[in-house]
Design a protein. Structure first.
Length: 201
């Protein structure tokens, strides 16, 4: 992925075809209440709030995109975290449905091959790539790897496996939201990588 390729597809005109968070919520399906609940229960730590408030000083207003689909628990858990970060930092956010914007999604694939959601991408005011955060925090990745390994020998139906994963994971969501904010903070603390490099947690 190169800055040139990003610039060809994600022009300023295309960026502003994305919707704001409030616009997105108006058209969200049955999971709207879950977005609202995750937004109401999450608060940035004082340290994170100060960091994001200071991140744009001298840089101008950072632009952010979020590639999402509203049926994903990872999306309705993490997108409200991003909105708090954007508000704290005075950034500008535009949200795109992944399946209707695959050309943008394919610029920011997980491990170079997966169209994972959510994907949050941060840019300078003139849409120069800074970094991206993908899908879920490391603690959640580890949790799902461990529970999937535990359930695999039981040969349970898919719906039952999903139910068990959901029941066990939901109490961990508040911590995962905090980890999401911390990981994004860590990414934005690092210098921009050279062209053609990836910068992913």
């Amino acid at each position: 992925m190169s800055d040139m390729k990003i610039a060809e597809i994600l022009t300023e005109t295309r960026y502003y075809k994305g919707v704001t968070y409030l616009e997105y919520l108006r058209h969200t399906g049955d999971n709207r209440d879950r977005f609202v609940e995750c937004e109401e229960t999450f608060k940035l730590s004082p340290e994170d709030d100060i960091f994001f408030k200071n991140i744009t000083k001298g840089q101008g207003i950072l632009k952010v995109i979020a590639l999402v689909e509203d049926w994903s628990p990872d999306v309705y858990r993490a997108l409200p975290v991003l909105t708090k970060i954007v508000h704290s930092g005075g950034m500008e956010l535009r949200i795109f449905q992944r399946d209707k914007n695959l050309d943008i999604m394919d610029l920011f694939l997980n491990k170079g091959q997966f169209r994972s959601i959510p994907t949050f991408v941060f840019f300078s005011p003139d849409l120069k790539y800074i970094c991206q955060w993908i899908e879920r925090p490391a603690a959640a990745v580890k949790f799902y790897e461990e529970i999937d390994a535990e359930l695999a020998p039981k040969n349970l139906p898919l719906d039952e496996r999903r139910k068990i994963r959901r029941q066990r994971s939901q109490p961990l969501w508040p911590q995962w939201q905090k980890e999401t904010a911390r990981e994004i903070r860590d990414l934005l603390s690092l210098p921009k990588l050279p062209e053609n490099s990836e910068h992913i947690i």
